[in-house]
Design a protein around this ligand. Structure first.
Ligand code: ADP
Ligand code: MG
Length: 698
């Protein structure tokens, strides 16, 4: 057995490989590009391309691709081979700096929301040198950004990199004010915890709903669900363990720091968490991880479900986005410090996040909005659709002491002095027992828990970075012009607490009374669905902030709003069509054929003895008949609701019609079918049941 340390990153053109395969001059120059964003010289690019190609070919690669993340939510690649004909009739393997830096995949079928007119439909991809190239199968993958010829972002990476730069710029201004001149750059780091379900391939293949939509659209509850809590952190079954083992190996080869794995709350549900890394790399890695999870599952006769709500009645899957801000020297700016100055600096960054989350609740909410995630948020299993912050008792008490000017009764003996006022000293509070908060401080990072399991983490981090950059900008503007830094600092921290404390909530986020309090007393936003929140992307204040931070242009925002709503509509329409099809071609015939059998049984019994009442059969046939009628009616109504979507004037009213007519119609059809399932013999049911699916992997 090979040691992990021997093969970790073996498929990555990482720093070790670069150092070994590039000349000192080229290596230094490339590092400058990676670390400081310096422009990449074409001669350097040529040398890097050549070394990259030699390394990849030696590992069996024949093709390369600019690997990018269009707005479909998955990753895209178009493979080109390295081969170039040589005069002697053979081929040589070639790859130039130009091909490394910039590709032209054309890719005119990706959603662009009207940004690319068809006459200039071509887009181009540009290498993100801060994310290492890697080999997948026989292809060298080059992580890239995807833009239109006009430079508009058509992907998720471009605005993510812009948001990281925005935060870097503003955070550096703040650090300079605190006398820190040596920090070169500030980056956000993310560790995304990924939840997923495993079902057997055999059962998956028998369910059109799983195959077409990633979730079950029908299914009566299994007699056993998650009520015993016996799955959470339970013993991992051998087949799942074998899967996890191979998954880890594949991820490690790709330099992905897969670290923690365990069973989740629902049966058949599991979690995999990597060690955190810089946000754009974590984003690339998470996309790659989701892809590898599915690939490895196939090798084990399994299917990995990444949908947010594959099964009704048991928990759905999310993705916790653990987020922090750190300097190039590795100092975590969200970690309470040792000295008074460090602590004041920590408090300022903490306040920047509190202000950002409150001012841009809507952006955070819509950054995680998808048709799938709408089934989770607010469903008593995931954070509500209301955004609030958990700080824990100790930190909350510190903030209260600052706001009221009263001394803080903490555990520390010494109090911290800052300028004319006294700021309390406090300990790091690592006891986060609140799992119901959408946005929780967990000692030295924030955990944003609203993301859905299939979401790219890019969108949430774009909004988070941009909003925090905006808070920091406002702070820096004020502090740079202040007569007395310390007084101004203290005043500003105090003002932030006063203005934004209504977003802080340490109680149970799953409680209905909280939602009432949040909305009615605190005035927090509660956008329950994607159509409710998405249009707010274009609210004046949001456009102003995002364009002001240089993260999106107004045209990009308009196109993104359209694309996200279109994705929502398409996803639900596919679900509705799948339901109509399954109800008509599988469920209704199964129920009919079963009731015919029962009716025949009754007739046969009566033929034997006309005195027999056959009460059971008669009642069952009657019930099933009522249900098949209802199924037929509800199928027709659902079909009509989908057809009526064509009359919607625009994408917003289309998405609202889906929310108000199609989704309720789907629920009604499901109700009738699920009831029929409970009355029909299992042997007659056309696909595996919830019990089969949830407990089928052994
Ligand atoms: P949980 O108790 O929520 O399961 P873990 O301690 O397992 O949390 O960590 C969850 C994730 O948080 C991991 O991916 C971990 O690498 C990440 N993480 C830890 N520290 C930081 C940090 N400073 N910044 C960002 N992510 C972090
Ligand atoms: Mg967590």
């Amino acid at each position: 057995m090979e040691k992990v340390s021997d093969y970790f990153g073996s498929m990555v053109f990482d720093d070790r490989v670069m150092k070994a395969n590039l000349s000192a001059r080229v290596y230094r120059s490339l590092r400058k590009t990676i670390d400081e964003g310096a422009k990449l010289d074409i001669s350097v690019a040529n040398a890097v391309a050549s070394a990259m190609k030699d390394w990849a070919v030696a590992k069996g690669a024949t093709h390369y691709t600019h690997w990018f993340q269009p707005l479909t939510g998955v990753t895209a690649e178009k493979h080109d081979s390295f081969i170039t004909p040589s005069p002697d009739g053979g081929v040589i393997m070639e790859f130039s700096g130009k091909e490394l830096i910039k590709g032209e995949p054309d890719a005119s079928s990706f959603p662009s929301g009207g940004l690319r007119a068809t006459f200039e439909a071509r887009g181009y991809t540009a290498w993100d040198p801060t994310s290492y190239a890697f080999i997948k199968g026989r292809t060298l993958c080059i992580p890239t950004a995807f833009c239109s010829y006009g430079g508009e972002a058509l992907d998720k990476k471009t605005p993510l990199l812009r948001s990281m730069e925005a935060l870097n710029k503003q955070a550096l201004r703040i650090l300079r004010l605190f006398g820190n001149g040596s920090v070169k750059c500030v980056r956000t780091c993310v560790g995304p915890e990924q939840e997923y379900f495993l079902v057997t391939k055999e059962m998956y293949d028998q369910r059109p709903d799983l195959r077409f939509t990633g979730r079950t659209l029908f299914g009566a509850r299994s007699p056993k669900g998650q009520e015993m809590d016996d799955h959470y952190f339970g013993v991992i079954k051998p087949r799942v363990a074998a899967y996890m083992e191979e998954l880890n190996e594949e991820l490690w080869k790709l330099g992905i720091l897969a670290k923690t794995e365990h069973n989740e709350v629902a049966p058949a549900q599991h979690e995999l968490a990597p060690i955190y890394s810089t946000t754009n790399i974590a984003t690339d890695h998470n996309q790659l991880m989701m892809e590898i999870m599915q690939k490895v599952a196939a090798k084990h006769g399994l299917v990995c479900l990444l949908h947010e709500k594959p099964f009704a009645g048991v928990n759905g899957s999310g993705k916790h986005n653990n987020w922090s801000i750190s300097t190039d020297a590795g100092v975590n700016l969200l970690s309470p410090g040792e000295t008074p100055y460090e602590n004041a600096q920590f408090l300022l960054f903490l306040c920047a996040v509190i202000k950002a989350v409150d001012d841009y609740q809507d952006l955070l909410r819509l950054s995680v909005a998808t048709a799938g995630n709408d089934h989770r948020l607010g469903a008593n299993e995931a954070p509500p659709a209301v955004v609030s912050i958990f700080l824990g008792d100790e930190l909350s008490a510190v903030l209260e002491a600052i706001e009221t000017g009263k001394p803080y009764r903490g555990t520390e003996k010494t109090q911290m002095k800052l300028g004319v006022d006294v700021l309390p000293k406090f300990n790091r509070d690592t006891t986060d027992r609140n799992r119901t908060s959408p946005f929780a401080f967990t000692g030295n990072k924030f955990e944003f828990r609203m993301l859905g399991s299939s979401n790219s983490i890019a969108c949430a981090n774009i909004m988070l970075n941009s909003a925090v950059a905006e808070s920091l900008k406002i702070y820096a503007d004020r502090l740079e012009g202040a007569e007395d830094f310390e007084t101004a600092l203290h005043e500003m921290i105090r003002k932030t607490i006063r203005d934004h404390k209504h977003i802080i909530f340490n109680g149970n986020g799953y409680d209905d009374t909280w939602i009432r309090e949040a909305v009615e007393e605190r005035g927090l936003l509660n956008y329950r669905t994607t159509p409710d929140c998405m249009p707010h992307l274009l609210d004046r204040k949001n456009v102003k902030m995002l364009t002001g931070q240089g993260v999106f242009s107004e045209a990009e925002l308009k196109s993104r709003c359209d694309i996200m709503l279109e994705n929502y509509c398409k996803a639900v329409v596919i679900e509705a069509n799948t339901m109509v099809d399954m109800a008509r071609s599988q469920i209704a015939p199964a129920v009919e054929s079963y009731s015919l059998k029962i009716a025949k049984t009754a007739a046969a019994k009566k033929a034997l003895d006309p005195e027999l009442a056959c009460g059971y059969e008669t009642e069952l046939v009657r019930k099933l008949s009522v249900l098949t009628d209802r199924i037929a009616v509800k199928t027709g109504e659902l079909e009509a609701a989908v057809t009526a979507l064509h009359t919607a004037e625009d994408i917003i009213s289309g998405s609202e019609a889906i929310r108000d007519t199609v989704l309720p119609g789907m629920d009604e059809l499901r109700l009738a079918c699920d009831e029929a399932e409970t009355l029909t013999a299992k042997s007659e049911w056309p696909f595996p049941t919830y019990g089969d699916l949830l407990f089928g992997v052994r």
